[in-house]
Ligand binder design. Structure first.
Ligand code: SAH
Ligand code: SF4
Ligand code: F3S
Length: 469
């Protein structure tokens, strides 16, 4: 291991994260690895010796953003080199996995390309990049365009990454499952994250205890298909997610449990039952449906129809009547007709969502959907997205309004935009603003919800916080 310099000249790393919560978790783990190599975190690329872009490949826009950012970093690097300095540029995440060497070809200033399954090998990759850079300074060149690691190694990165280094404001993510075997025809994830892999139950429980001891009161279990998680328990039996949640609920001090992202196909009876059973499990579930048309769901290879989704929603609410649902939608999948889109709008009306993410279909190279005839024109996609978002925004506001007057525990995660204001999350994952002291950070306090806005709610701390403070 490289010793930590003591002359005040610690190397600095800036990590920029795009994409989903799994990338947020991975960025934290990369920061932990780099900290053990002596790096301190930097607030901006301009002050950093190493910049890591943790990238997302899910839609074309997300992917292209990376290249414009790399263009800016190339200029910073060139400026440094003119003054005898340097900047190491690493591309991590799903674009790294999907495009590999192509990245270094398109942007030669990139030193390291590392896929999501190889982060534990960052120390070796950095040492190799340093060796290349020493050659360059000596006026020589090594063959190849930088350092590349996009293998899916046999060993799991989870077994080789350091334990989580810290908890921000009471809430922590915990990756329990990675990859995907479902191959929806629009999606790159099975290619960028590889085959489905579940971490063993004991490793997860251990990490959960570490996080709670470090101050986490809320854990969000993460996976591209988190409810497909299954793992060997200490007694040798195989656990499903329902059993893992029951075991996590036994940890003292853990007040809130969430999990994301789920697939409707893996919402089994036991998992639905846990929602009525474990009070720490928050009454909120993100369950992507993508479309309300059976024909389109089939073409997307989702493996279920609109009816199954409706039944799951009903059964969840049967167990936990205050459960709020959110979802993901794609409009303009190839072949989507007005009638198909209408089915999506009707499903939204029938089920009712507290929040949602909706996207225009983006044609991703290498996925079966990209090759389909009947691609939907951009203008049609835009019109459908606008209509769907209007309906979803209306539902979100109505949901927020319906919660007014209730007193709920809010976990405060950050300061609000105005001085004296704090921002937290309700059990239903609403953003809640209150007037309150900075000491609320990382704590749960009772708040009376008073005023509904489009994507947030304003509230008032009730006396129980003063009592607890
Ligand atoms: N595993 C999750 C989703 C992961 S990707 C699931 O099965 O639902 C997150 C969201 O991005 C998806 O739910 C989908 O709505 C959206 N998405 C994925 N690929 C897309 C594409 N090619 N175009 C537009 N949106 C896409
Ligand atoms: Fe993508 Fe489908 Fe897998 Fe979700 S289930 S990650 S949408 S392929
Ligand atoms: Fe994006 Fe990869 Fe997540 S493609 S959404 S960062 S799994």
């Amino acid at each position: 291991m490289i010793p930590i310099p003591t002359d005040g000249k610690r190397k600095r790393v800036f990590i920029r994260t795009y994409g989903c919560q799994m990338n947020v978790y991975d960025s934290d783990r990369m920061a932990d690895v780099l900290r053990s190599l002596g790096y301190a975190l930097s607030e901006s690329p301009e002050q950093a010796d190493l910049v890591v872009l943790n990238t997302c490949h899910i839609r074309e826009k997300a992917s292209e953003k990376v290249y414009s950012e790399l263009g800016r970093l190339r200029d910073v690097k060139a400026g440094r080199r003119r003054n005898g300095g340097d900047l190491t540029i690493a591309v991590a995440g799903c674009v790294a996995q999907a495009e590999g060497e192509e990245i270094a070809r398109r942007q030669p200033a990139v030193d390291i390309v590392v896929g999501p399954q190889a982060y534990h090998r960052l120390p070796q990759l950095l040492a190799e990049a340093e060796r290349r850079s020493a050659f360059r300074r000596a006026g020589k060149r090594l063959p190849g365009a930088g350092v590349l690691d996009t293998e899916f190694p046999a060993e799991s990165k989870f077994d080789h990454l350091p334990a989580p280094g810290g908890v921000r404001a009471g809430a922590a993510y915990l990756s329990i499952q990675e990859g995907c075997d479902k191959f929806c025809t629009f999606c790159v994830v099975p290619y960028t994250r590889g085959a489905e892999y579940s971490r063993p139950a004991e490793a997860i429980l251990q990490e959960a205890r570490t996080l709670v001891a470090a101050g986490a009161v809320e854990l969000t279990l993460l996976g591209q298909n988190v409810n497909a998680w299954h793992g060997e328990a200490v007694d040798g039996s195989t656990w499903s997610l329902a059993w893992l949640i029951r075991a996590l609920a036994e940890i003292d001090g853990l007040a809130r449990i969430r999990y994301t992202t789920s697939h409707p196909r893996d919402m089994d009876d036991d998992l639905i039952a846990v929602h009525g059973e474990v009070p720490q499990l928050m009454p909120y579930l993100h369950l992507p449906v993508q479309s309300g048309s059976d024909r389109i769901l089939e073409a997307m290879n989702r493996g279920h129809g609109r009816d199954l989704f409706r039944r799951i929603a009903d059964r969840l609410r049967g167990r936990r009547p205050d459960l709020a649902l959110s979802s993901d939608f794609i409009v303009g999948f190839p072949g989507e007709s007005d009638a198909d889109f209408d089915q999506t709008m009707r499903l939204v009306e029938e089920v009712g969502f507290a929040a949602a993410f909706s996207f225009k279909y983006s044609r991703r190279p290498g996925t079966p959907g990209a090759a389909l005839a009947d691609q939907v024109p951009e203008a049609v996609k835009a019109a459908r997205l606008a209509a769907l978002q209007t309906l979803l925004a209306h539902q979100q506001r109505a949901f927020n309004r319906a919660t007014l007057g209730s007193s709920v525990p809010v976990l405060f995660a950050e300061a609000g935009r105005k001085p004296g204001q704090m921002l937290g999350k309700s059990p239903w994952l609403q953003s809640v603003y209150v007037e309150g002291p900075g000491s609320l950070l990382g704590r749960i306090a009772e708040v009376e919800l008073l005023e509904a806005h489009a994507v947030s709610v304003a509230g008032r701390l009730t006396s129980s916080f003063e009592a607890a403070a």
